[in-house]
Design a protein around this ligand. Structure first.
Ligand code: NAP
Length: 349
């Protein structure tokens, strides 16, 4: 397979943090390429919760995940970053001039690599109960792609994290019946969501059952019922339902990156203060990296992307300063604004 044209930086992952890294690479005047296994850019924002609102990104009091992804794509690709979607990364081969990153479809020479792979490949956790595999896609689902599909249906939501609670709250007013079960008393979901859930339970729009797990999902061609059990007493209950939404999280899965020789802590990549991994020239940012005090937030991921790219730029070209300076003063934007204003004057003439 013929290698693609070399790039200064290859970013693995086209989620918000990878896109911000692409923006920074462009702003610093280096070439970059984004590689992602998903069919669209945006990472979790588009793949997991496009309809939800995000409240903790600077500059937006509230923004839907879909709109945030759209803005991030506009910002991230403005300097012409190349995007390779639906490609699974395979190997990282060290070369004299840096690396060649291989995917199932291509070979990508690069001076540096920034891994912004989120939680890794999305590997949903599955319910281990009879009926789950057989009815997956026929009433059983591990994500919500199109909320309209659940209109007027009886739904069992499983889970105690933000996905389960947020979707229970989003769907409750459009379903015939919505039951939320969780395997213990404590929830992982945000306190604010739990307060809203409590209100929905009091209003009778959500039936909440704790210490319950799924024993079996019933149905022929599609889901017709579910049997759940109390994990303290083993007492069983059966509900006639149309849909089981098993929103029980995702397993971190580094896939082939796990064999690159990166220093790992559980399923995360250990990084130093410059976001560098133990492999010189390879940086990791966002949810996939770990260090003391790490917070898995988009907001912190942006800062990590900025640090990683600026260090990579300096490593690629030691004459380039690490500190980019303030964007308000940068020549790259001033030149563009001058060109835009000249084009505007020419058009007006
Ligand atoms: P999660 O936070 O990992 O929660 C998964 C839930 O499923 C947990 O409550 C867990 O129970 C339960 N669970 C796991 N395996 C189970 C099994 N075999 N049977 C029954 N229950 C099981 O996953 P998530 O809710 O998908 O969220 C993933 C990440 O995305 C989180 O960081 C979350 O905050 C984030 N997210 C944020 C938003 C938002 O901010 N609006 C929305 C969606 C997701 P235990 O608690 O007992 O382990």
């Amino acid at each position: 397979m013929k290698p693609a044209d070399p790039r200064d930086i290859t970013i693995i992952g086209g989620g918000p943090v990878g896109l911000f890294a692409a923006f920074y690479a462009g702003m610093r005047g280096v070439s970059c390429r984004i590689v992602d296994s998903l069919p669209e850019l945006g990472g979790q924002l588009t793949a997991l919760y496009p309809e939800k609102y995000v409240y903790d990104v600077g500059g937006f009091a509230r923004i839907s995940a879909r709109d945030l992804a759209r803005n991030m794509i506009e910002q991230g690709l403005q300097f012409g970053a190349e995007v390779r979607l639906e490609e699974q990364v395979q190997d990282l081969i060290r070369e004299d001039s840096g690396f060649t990153l291989t995917t199932d479809l291509g070979r990508y020479p690069t001076r540096a690599v920034v891994i912004a792979g989120g939680k890794g490949a999305f590997a949903p956790r599955y319910l281990e109960c009879p009926g789950y595999d057989r009815l997956l896609g026929r009433g059983v689902s591990y994500h919500v792609k199109d909320p309209a599909l659940y209109q007027g249906k009886s739904i069992l939501v499983v889970g105690g994290g933000d996905s389960a609670v947020d979707w229970a709250l989003s769907l409750k007013d459009h379903t015939r019946r919505l039951i939320l079960i969780h395997r213990r008393e404590g929830f992982r979901a945000h306190a604010h969501s739990m307060a809203l859930l409590q209100r929905a339970v009091e209003a009778g729009t959500v039936e909440l059952l704790t210490h319950k797990e799924v024993r079996e999902i019933h149905g022929g061609d599609c889901v017709t019922a579910v049997t759940i059990f109390d994990n303290r007493t083993n007492e069983e209950m059966r509900f006639e339902i149309d849909v089981v939404l098993a929103l029980i999280g995702f397993k971190p899965d580094l896939g082939p990156m796990a064999r690159w020789g990166l220093e790992l802590q559980k399923n995360s990549i250990k990084v130093g203060p410059a976001m560098q991994t133990n492999i010189t020239g390879v940086y990791a940012v966002g949810d996939i990296c770990t260090y003391e005090g790490k917070l898995e937030l988009i907001a912190t991921g942006f800062g990590e992307a900025c640090i990683a790219v600026n260090h990579a730029v300096h490593a690629i070209n030691p004459a380039a300063r690490y500190n980019p300076g303030h964007s308000t003063n940068l020549k790259i934007f001033k030149d563009r604004e001058a060109a835009e204003s000249a084009a505007g004057v020419a058009a007006a003439d």
